[in-house]
Design a protein around this ligand. Structure first.
Ligand code: GLU
Length: 305
């Protein structure tokens, strides 16, 4: 019998909204070590499609920080800002299939709709049957049909969501002409042949939408593994908004050792002072996804929030 095992391909996909912080380091470390442990490739993709949120110079800073921390990626770094044609092709295909519709609603008009799991507003379906008289389409939404999307996350377990009920018809092409993250990430993960997505659990709520889109576009669904997201003392996910501390590229070891400990690995007490090569050697030899806590979030260690 011929067993065809597809080679492992993982990725790290930061948005260049600011410098890397401890939360992004956790996603980088987890996805990198898992890919290397499985003898696979690890790709870096700069998710700079949301141009209004991009911080000038952040993409460069992120790549230099990754390099300084000792990450080695495979192939060229990809930039979403250069892949608009691919997103447009996917969008046009959905449009030809009658699966998208223009929507005239402003954010304010759907502000009192029910909350979706990710904190956005569930779309009440206002323009689904056609634009109200005298209104112009602003954004384009996907027509989402009822029915559960189920998947088994390696760390977070079974997830079931009826996307139509939880989120409703979601935006694929925004009013400002930018393709939505949900579409771009699905097109890119498919184009790059990603076999497993390892990322922070703050994105768990996006996964059912991504799987829903993968099915419509006829592309493979990768395996998913959502790592605990690092939160600060107030329980907020580290981000630019929470003014998360930027990683110090001149001293990677303490942050790397802290990220390994955060991910349930048991680094020796002095690993934070080891040579960078020795630290990575330890990490590659000892990395075990089974040890990562099955939690959606955990506190970042002192000094890294
Ligand atoms: N660009 C997203 C972020 O930085 C991550 C997307 C993903 O890993 O799917 O939050």
């Amino acid at each position: 019998m011929n067993v065809c095992v597809s080679p492992y391909r993982g990725r790290f996909a930061p948005s260049p909204t600011g410098p890397l912080h401890f939360g992004s380091l956790v996603a980088a470390v987890g996805s990198y070590l898992e890919a290397r442990r499985r003898g696979g490739a690890w790709l870096v993709r700069i998710e700079d499609i949301d141009t209004p949120r991009n911080a000038p110079g952040a993409a460069d800073t992120i790549l230099r920080t990754l390099e300084g921390f000792g990450f080695r990626w495979d192939g060229e770094v990809t930039f979403q800002s250069r892949r608009t044609d691919a997103y447009r092709a996917a969008f046009e295909r959905l449009r030809r299939d009658g699966l998208v519709f223009p929507c005239a609603c402003s954010r304010r008009e759907i502000a009192d709709s029910a909350l979706a799991p990710d904190g956005s507003r569930r779309y009440p379906g206002t323009c689904r049957g056609g634009l109200p008289a005298g209104r112009r389409g602003r954004a384009w939404r996907l027509r989402v049909e009822d029915g559960p999307v189920r998947f088994r996350d390696r760390l977070q377990g079974e997830v079931t969501e009826d996307v139509a009920h939880a989120v409703g018809d979601f935006v694929l092409l925004r009013a400002d002409g930018v393709f939505a993250y949900q579409l771009a990430v699905v097109v890119d993960d498919a184009a790059q042949g990603i076999t497993e997505v390892v990322r922070g659990a703050d994105l768990l709520d996006s996964t059912p939408r991504q799987i829903y889109l993968q099915r419509l576009l006829g592309v493979a669904t990768p395996a998913y593994c959502h790592l605990p997201a690092a939160v600060n003392a107030r329980g907020e996910k580290l981000s630019k908004q929470t003014r998360a501390r930027a990683l110090d590229a001149s001293r990677p070891q303490p942050a790397l050792a802290a990220a390994l400990a955060f991910l349930g690995q048991r680094p020796p007490a002095d690993l934070g002072e080891a040579e960078l090569d020795a630290l990575w050697q330890w990490a590659l030899e000892h990395w075990d996804m089974e040890r990562v806590p099955h939690r959606r979030s955990a506190a970042a260690p002192a000094g890294f929030a």
